[in-house]
Design a protein around this ligand. Sequence first.
Ligand SMILES: *[C@@H]1O[C@H](CO)[C@@H](O)[C@H](O)[C@H]1NC(C)=O
Length: 309
Amino acid sequence: MLHRRRGDGTTVLAVVALLFALCGQNEAASNPRYIAMGNLQTVIHGETLFSTDIGEDRQTTGFLWCQVREGTIHYKPTWARFVRIRDSKQFIADIGQDNKAYLHFGKSKAEAAGKYRCEVKVPDSSIITGNMFAYSHPVVKNNESWPLKRSEVEPSTAVGPAVYASLESTARIPCPIIGYPEPQIVWFKDNIPLEIEGRVSFDKVNGVLSIEQITEEDGGRYRCKGTNQYPTVIDGPESFFEVNLDQELKIGDGYGWMLPLAIILIILILLFIIIFTCQRCAKYKADQYNVAERERALHNDQVPLKNSV
Ligand SMILES: *[C@@H]1O[C@H](CO)[C@@H](O)[C@H](O)[C@H]1NC(C)=O
C-alpha cells in the first residue's frame, strides 16, 4: 500500500504505509483495521568522512514520523516510541499537533543510523508497529586518541596515524567504519586487494585487521574501503557511497627517536675508546722509550764485553 502526494514541486513527500508487523500482544493481532503510516526513511548527513565527536559542527538531519490510521481517521496516539533495533535503545516520540509520532534526529551522528521500529498505542490500547530506516553513508568512527586527517588528494579518503608492529608479532590495523545499511569492507595493501586468509584475518565486529607473524614484507600502505547503498529519496534509485581509510604499517617498534640517540651514544663510545687508546698509546710509547733507553744503556755496557771476546 503506497500513498503519495507531491510536495512543493521539487521534493516528493512520499507517505508510505509501513510494512506492518502487527504486534502480537493486545487485540491488534486479530484486528487488522489499523494501518501505520510513516515517512519510512530519513538520511543522516551529519558527517562526511569521519566522526565529528571532537567538533560539534554537524549538519542537521530530519526526522522519522509514523501515525496510526483507520481508513481516513488519524488517531492521536496515547503513547508512542521508537526503538532502534541494533541496540534496543528506546526513544520516546514527540506527538505533534498533527497526531503524528516524531523522532527528531537533529545533529545526529552516523552512529544513530539503523533500522527503527515505531510503536504507537491507540485508544483501544492496541500497539501498532512499523519499521523505518535512518540511512547513513559509511563514516570512519574516530576519537580523541586516534585522530584522522582528510586526504589532500582523494576527497573520500581519511588518513590515520601509522601503525607499528615488530617482527614476528601480530599487527592490528583498525577500520571502524559505521553506517546503515552496514558497510561492506574490503582491504588493499599498496593498492592491491588483500587476501583475508592464513596469517591475515578481519574481525568484522570490532573492525580490526590482524596480521600474525609480521615480516618485513608486511610493511606498506593499507587501505580499508567501506561501501553501502540506499535510495536518498523513497523509491528512488539506489545511490552508492564509499569511504576509504589509509594507514601505513611500519615494521619496527615505533621508537624512531632511538636511532639518532643510538648514533650519538656510539659516537661517544668511539670517542671514549679513541681517547683511551691514545692515552694507552702514549704510555706504551713512553714505556718503549724507557725500554730502548735501558737497552741502550745495557748495550753500552755490553760493548766492552763484546769487544773483549
Ligand atoms: C579510538 O579508536 C581506535 C580505533 O578504532 C581504538 O583502537 C581505540 O581503542 C579508541 N580509543 C578510545 C579511547 O575509544
